[in-house]
Design a protein around this ligand. Structure first.
Ligand SMILES: [Zn+2]
Ligand SMILES: [Zn+2]
Length: 634
């Protein structure tokens, strides 16, 4: 057991006008108690001699590697969500470390930052209200817009459509036999048979049909112009209405007006027809049979939302190689989920999602590699390649930071010979390390094997260069990639992904492995890119798969509306066979309008493997219709 280490240095870090004291726990006695410079303009200037002779290296053992994990996963970093001040603080911490290590700034205008804008969430504006008969319910306990609602005003007849679910797989359709065209639809939250282990649906956990966004798209596809969601009185009576999240995903709109309403509002809509909500819900649940009905009245809904934008930034530092025409990239994203949002697996929590493993661990390991290399910055030991260290932002929003980097690289893309990514490398268990992307260069299987001969991991490899992290952005530009990962766990995407659960010694060993990979790549001729065969989803971090049909498209997450832009298709996938290709924008999928990635996911989920699907794409300014035979998701 490691004894408790003394706090050797407290370094002030200037963050947006505040001075925050970050304590650094450093290895026993060897580190001078200096205060490191924050990322001021002066500190960002490249330095000729980064280390005075004899000065100890920065992140050089399993205790010091935790320094960066601790700093990034501290609650004051607010879970590093897009649009939070905490994310900027995290960027400043990383830039400060890069400056201290003596890396050259690799961002805009001689800084470490490469900044760009994203949509981060919504703010509720006025007016927002629903009027039923003579009664107006304004924003508050009785009415809350959903974050993905369109803006506008609608007065229309109302149809009660049960749970708002169309689920052929469960032989259940709330829209069977009712006409909701140009109407408002009132639905219950969740799904039939909640908390009933005998339910035809899961009973204990919600299926994807229960997601409100799925319900909204389903309502729209049935012709409705608005969706009202009420918490079912059987299990959720009296629960306060959820407010739209002000942070998180891009809030791509759903194409109709959508809001939560209280039981009182639902009652006002239903009562004139001589019905009541509790009885309707009980009847549906008991029989697992829809009880949809056109109601006698109408309602007027007005929704006003403002999309909020924020500037976020990649943090980039580099070391010049002896050959300026050759480059290796080492990357790790530093953003996380902030206070939750659509990707959280604890969706009701408002606590900061600390993201110690995802992905403070990868950033710490990446900076360890940089620390070794800067110490080697003497001419006799300088690397052959330029070594570029990228702390990516916006990974959790859909790889937006790395996409931005490959679209607008700070170094010429053709000089990039390989990219090593680290995402979630702090939970080593049973000595098992997963390396993805070994199929993306013909030399990689041998190279990883040789490096592991020294490291001694129980190595699991996967060939595919596409995966749920930033290496995908490089692979789609035909850069060979290797991605390290120590596996998913119960704290994944939850507030409990905290520093105390990081396996420091294992994280350190992964950092050593990454350093050896970079060294091996640096000593070799350029690796030969090859298109990897996709494999059965080994390395898929979050569940995701196992539901609906498979097409094999690779969406470009930078385009958020106006269709789904493809950055490519997987070799010999159904999409490939159908003639889809990179650059296509999918606007329609088997009759379902596709404006964004949620529509597309909905469409794929609602079709079965083996079915034919007509897909309309925009290509070179024209619409082209293709036919695909859908495959099975593995
Ligand atoms: Zn991650
Ligand atoms: Zn993540």
């Amino acid at each position: 057991m490691r004894p408790k280490l003394a706090i050797r240095a407290v370094r002030p870090l200037a963050i947006g006008g505040l001075v925050v004291a970050l304590s650094a726990t450093l290895a026993g006695g060897q580190h001078p108690a200096t205060s490191r410079p924050g990322p001021t303009r002066a500190a960002l200037a490249p330095r000729a001699a980064p280390f005075p002779p004899g000065r100890p290296r920065a992140i050089t053992d399993s205790a010091t590697v935790m320094y960066m994990v601790r700093g990034l996963s501290h609650p004051r970093m607010e879970g590093r969500g897009a649009g939070t001040a905490g994310l900027d603080s995290a960027a400043a911490l990383i830039a400060g470390e890069m400056a201290w290590l003596g890396l050259r700034p690799g961002g805009d205008d001689g800084t470490y930052y490469q900044a760009f804008e994203v949509t981060t969430g919504v703010a509720v504006g006025e007016p927002c209200a629903i009027t039923v008969g003579e009664k107006r319910f304004s924003l508050g306990d009785h009415f809350q817009p959903l974050g993905f609602s369109n803006n506008g005003t609608l007065t229309a007849p109302v149809v009660f459509a049960g749970y708002g679910i169309t689920a052929p797989g469960f032989d259940y359709d709330d829209y069977a036999g009712v006409d909701v065209h140009d109407k408002l639809v009132l639905v219950l939250s969740n799904e039939p048979g909640e908390m009933d282990s005998t339910s035809r649906f899961d009973g204990s956990i919600n299926t994807p049909h229960a997601e409100v966004r799925t319900k909204a798209i389903n309502a729209r596809e049935h012709g409705a112009l608005g969706l009202l969601v009420v918490n079912g009185p059987r299990h959720h009576a009296g629960e306060p209405l959820r407010k739209p999240r002000t942070e998180g995903g891009g809030y791509m709109t759903s194409g109709l007006l959508a809001a939560y309403v209280s039981e009182e509002v639902a009652g006002a809509l239903i009562a004139p027809s001589g019905l009541d909500l509790a009885t309707l819900q009980l009847d549906i649940d008991r029989e697992t049979r829809p009880h949809s009905v056109a109601l006698s009245g109408s309602a007027a809904v007005t929704i006003t939302l403002q999309r909020t934008r924020a500037s976020i930034k990649n943090v980039i530092g580099w070391i010049a190689g002896r050959d300026s025409g050759r480059t290796l990239v080492v990357g790790a994203h530093y953003d996380h989920l902030g206070y939750g949002g659509e990707s959280s697996l604890a969706p009701d929590s408002r606590l900061p999602h600390l993201g110690a493993d995802d992905n403070a661990s990868g950033v710490a390991a990446m900076l360890s590699v940089a620390a070794w290399k800067t110490e080697w910055g003497r001419p006799d030991r300088a690397p052959l390649h330029n070594l570029v260290f990228c702390a990516f932002t916006g990974e959790e929003l859909g790889l937006v930071g790395s996409s931005h980097f490959v679209d607008d690289p700070t170094l010429p893309l053709p000089t990039i010979e390989a990219m090593v990514n680290m995402d979630m490398v702090g939970r080593l268990r049973n000595n098992r390390l997963l390396v993805m992307g070994v199929g993306t260069a013909s030399e990689f299987p041998a190279l990883t094997g040789q490096v592991n001969a020294r490291a001694g991991f129980d190595l699991k490899t996967s060939g595919d260069g596409y995966g749920p992290s930033d290496h995908s952005s490089f692979y789609k530009r035909k850069v060979p990639v290797l991605a390290l990962f120590t596996g998913a766990h119960a704290d994944y995407h939850k507030p409990t992904d905290s520093m105390d659960r990081i396996e420091a010694q294992g994280l350190w060993r992964v950092a050593l492995f990454a350093r050896d990979l970079v060294d091996s790549l640096d000593r070799r001729p350029r690796a030969t890119f090859q298109q990897a065969k996709s494999d059965s989803g080994a390395g898929r971090i979050a569940g995701g798969g196992g539901y609906g049909a498979y097409l094999g498209t690779i969406p470009d997450y930078m385009q958020t509306e106006g269709g789904v832009l493809l950055s490519g298709v997987r070799a010999s996938s159904p999409a490939d066979s159908a003639g889809l290709r990179g650059g296509d924008v999918i606007v329609k999928f088997d009759g379902v309008r596709v404006d964004n990635i949620y529509d597309y996911t909905f469409a794929l989920r609602s079709r079965k493997p083996g079915q034919q699907a007509r897909i309309t794409v925009k290509r070179d300014g024209r619409e082209v219709e293709l036919v695909a035979v859908l495959g099975r998701r593995k």
